[in-house]
Design a protein around this ligand. Structure first.
Ligand code: NI
Length: 226
């Protein structure tokens, strides 16, 4: 499932992050990928352990913790500290898959990458190109969102970032290990959750609503691994 989550960060949070990121030292983005990725990746990143990356990453993780839609869609168990990248002057990232297992820097703890997230920190009118293209069984999906918005997609998908031909595209990106490994099951749970919430807002509580909510939790209990 691909899901657009608007307004994860406020405009003020984005402006503050951009002011600080635009003054920082970026390094070659190939530092965080394997051999295959390194051949097609051409961008800049903040070093994983840069104090600024850790500080801004904490703000993003706090915003995600307060976001009910992110929770319902990702069913997060663990999220790696967010990373930051920047594309300009024709930089791009060719078709690739994200590595399946990542270590949280400094802790040695492994995270299985089930859900990938890209949080846009540039507005679409700041740059040309730079679309995130995600391929799934229905074809290619082109994503370019307002600053502060997030796209969530399954880490199993092949994806790429088109060359940025004007301006700069600044984003944060990170991976989440979900309590529910299977993308189809996560999608079904999200659909059930959203329908229950919308029905509840319309008709209020009833024994049927309790039954449906119980059904959601029983499915999550069956499918989650924690
Ligand atoms: Ni990727």
């Amino acid at each position: 499932m691909m899901l657009h989550i608007p307004g994860v960060l406020t405009r003020d949070q984005v402006a503050d992050m951009r002011r600080r990121l635009d003054q920082s030292q970026w390094v070659d983005g190939r530092a965080t990928v394997g051999e295959q990725g390194a051949k097609v990746k051409q961008n800049r990143q903040l070093p994983e352990t840069a104090p600024l990356a850790l500080e801004l990453g904490q703000i993003i993780l706090a915003a995600l913790a307060d976001n009910p839609l992110f929770f319902a869609a990702a069913l997060p168990l663990r999220t790696i500290p967010p990373l930051f990248n920047r594309y300009a002057g024709g930089e791009h990232y060719g078709a690739h898959v994200d590595g399946s297992m990542r270590r949280i820097p400094g802790s040695g703890e492994w995270v299985r990458t089930d859900v990938s997230s890209t949080l846009f920190l540039s507005d679409p009118d700041e740059y040309d190109g730079g679309e995130l293209i995600v391929t799934d069984q229905y074809g290619e999906h082109e994503v370019k969102l307002p600053a502060g918005d997030l796209i969530l997609y399954p880490s199993t998908s092949i994806h790429r970032v088109e060359p940025v031909t004007r301006g700069a595209r600044v984003c944060s990106f990170f991976w989440t290990q979900s309590m529910v490994r299977d993308d189809l099951r996560r999608g079904m749970l999200l659909e059930l959750d959203q329908n229950i919430q919308s029905l509840r807002a319309r008709v209020g509580d009833s024994p049927e609503m309790v039954g449906l909510t119980g059904h959601y939790h029983n499915l999550l209990r069956q499918w989650s691994e924690v």
